[in-house]
Design a protein around this ligand. Structure first.
Ligand SMILES: Cc1cc2nc3c(=O)[nH]c(=O)nc-3n(C[C@H](O)[C@H](O)[C@H](O)COP(=O)(O)O)c2cc1C
Ligand code: SF4
Length: 538
């Protein structure tokens, strides 16, 4: 800055400002004037016409509203889909930090209708170890051998109670998919590919469930028709352990989807078997079957061709489909090896609001309805039941297991573990933390090596916490927790046993006696707690 000499007038200084300095002053002013003029002349936004310039503040606040509420306004248990307490638990678990909470619950236990209470036992043959990380390496296998009931050539016992739910490469970034796959390899969890095909990012050592959606991505010809030869080649090229036919998902049941042309990169086009730079459509219905009968024929065809267990994933709405399925499976000639029930509260990359909010039943209502139909038909021992819909939180998971789930599939909780901060912008491609985006700059911030360890930490901690709860209830495995071990509160006046609420008969919600025995034998090596040494006075 040029110094003013004594006696020199200010106007003389101004007249000696260089053109460069003038431009520094005038350009911003011209910009502001331009925006104000635009606001006044445009007709789409009344607020801006009436309050030029100032009105932008409201839009800015709206844009960062989720972040503001999250950090400043909302209480610990207010936010949705995941409260601050729930996210804090996931973040701390993923990082291997202290995930305990002090001072006692801040949940409104006394006044929350339907609040689940898990009932511990005072005396039991098992006791949880007290150390926070004890039991961290116990994978907790499935009570059932998937595919065994139908004699599939590649039947297997899933190693991990907690698994990664379907999320495609396309909705998730490449490093996010890779991180989740590496976490699967570290923890023995199954990694579901989602309906967007099987990419190189899914090939980092984790066992896979290959999902087949209505567009048959990864197993279709260029016209979009299902291609069995492509499917068999694909599953032979990767550690695929099971096939999941996607009928629907809780957040948008009965509806297909579109991946916009801009997102259909050469890599995604190659993986999905579609043309680069064109809209990539998932239709609302399958072309290969149109009812339960033809669906089961197709299930058997896929199982025959690959030797793999084959299951379905669906949200729960009208029950006729489930009644028909159980009735058609009853003679034992055809059948699905597993059923994934997704709750209406489940997540999605993008969906219309009405579908996310109101179509299909929440997990705790939908799952027992489906399970009851199969229990009535005496088919539950032949099918592995997988649950999803916020089941990556231990309390929800315990209820699901008591209701008869054999395995848990977690999606958004796994996203949180690799850095999702719940800005709710997955549908915009502007995910600030590189989880749900195809933007190379945003995605590059996510380091898969660091985040895979986080996701693995989260999976191990959830399993460990579930094991401790199971042991507190006197059982060796969370899958052995029963509907009698859970009550739902109605205010502070009444608690109803979960069995009564869902109308389960004795034995429902549990694996068969033989399956329970096998599971108990497998789990008997898990670390156990105990008591202090006996006193000498006895
Ligand atoms: C970003 C994202 C992508 C998803 N993609 C699929 C998919 O390709 N196929 C599918 O069946 N479900 C998909 N889902 C649903 C999840 O697999 C899961 O069923 C649902 O989110 C419930 O689990 P959660 O509550 O643990 O998130 C997706 C969910 C999210 C959040
Ligand atoms: S942080 Fe990313 S993944 Fe998480 S909600 Fe926001 S946009 Fe979706």
């Amino acid at each position: 800055m040029t110094a003013r000499r004594p006696g020199e007038r200010v106007s003389e200084v101004g007249s000696r400002l260089s053109p460069m300095r003038w431009s520094r002053v005038l350009l911003p002013l011209a910009g502001v004037a331009g925006v104000a003029a635009h606001d006044l002349l445009q007709r789409r936004r009344t607020l801006l016409r009436n309050y030029p310039l100032v009105g932008h503040a409201r839009y800015a606040v709206e844009t960062i509203g989720p972040e503001l509420r999250q950090y400043i306004v909302a209480g610990n248990d207010e936010e949705r889909p995941f409260t601050r307490d729930q996210r804090r638990w996931i973040y701390a678990s993923a990082k291997g930090e202290n995930n305990y909470f002090g001072f006692g619950t801040d949940n409104d236990v006394e006044h929350t209708d339907g609040y689940p209470i898990i009932k511990h036992r005072t005396f039991a043959t098992v006791a949880p170890p007290s150390h926070p990380t004890a039991g961290e390496n116990v994978t907790m296998p499935c009570a059932k051998v998937m595919g065994a009931a139908r004699g599939r050539a590649r039947a297997f016992r899933p190693r991990s109670l907690v698994n990664i739910s379907a999320m495609s490469f396309g909705s998730l970034s490449a490093p996010a998919v890779r991180a989740l796959n590496e976490a699967s390899a570290m923890t023995g969890a199954l990694h579901n590919t989602g309906e967007g095909g099987l990419s190189q990012h899914h090939r980092h050592g984790g066992d896979l469930v290959f999902q087949i959606g209505t567009a048959y991505f990864g197993c279709r010809d260029l016209d979009g028709a299902f291609d069995l030869a492509r499917l068999t080649d694909l599953v032979a090229s990767a550690p695929v352990r099971a096939l999941e036919i996607k009928l629907s998902q809780g957040a948008k049941p009965g509806l297909g989807g579109v991946l916009p042309a801009a997102k259909v990169s050469a890599e995604i086009a190659e993986i999905r078997g579609v043309r680069e730079g064109e809209d990539c459509i998932s239709p609302s219905r399958h072309a290969e079957f149109h009812d339960v009968d033809s669906m089961l024929d197709w299930v058997e065809l896929l199982a025959q061709a690959t030797g793999l267990p084959v299951g379905i994933k669906s949200a729960v709405g009208d029950l006729q489909f489930w009644q028909d399925l159980a009735a058609t499976m009853a003679d034992g000639r055809r059948g699905v090896d597993f059923i994934t029930v997704d709750g209406g509260e489940g997540g999605t990359g993008a969906a219309p609001l009405t579908f996310s909010d109101s179509v299909s039943l929440p997990f705790r209502v939908g799952f027992p309805r489906v399970y009851s139909i199969f229990a009535e038909a005496r088919l539950t021992d032949r099918v592995v039941f997988i649950g999803s819909g916020k089941l990556g939180l231990a309390d929800n998971a315990v209820v699901a297991l008591a209701l008869g789930c054999d395995l848990l599939a977690v999606a958004r909780e796994a996203m949180l573990s690799i850095g999702c901060i719940q800005t709710l912008k997955c549908h915009t491609d502007r995910c600030p933390v590189g989880v749900a985006t195809q933007d190379p700059w945003l995605a590059h911030g996510l380091d898969p090596t660091v985040k895979s360890v986080r996701a693995a930490g989260y999976i191990r901690t959830l399993r460990r916490d579930l094991l401790k709860v199971a042991e507190a209830c006197g059982t060796l495995h969370p899958g052995l927790i029963d509907v009698d071990d859970v009550e739902l509160l109605h205010g502070n006046q009444l608690g109803r046993p979960l069995r009564d609420v869902v109308g389960y008969r004795p034995g429902w919600g549990q694996p068969s006696a033989a399956q329970r025995e096998e599971l108990t034998a497998i789990m008997s090596g898990a670390p156990q707690g105990g008591s202090a040494p006996q006193s000498r006075d006895r």
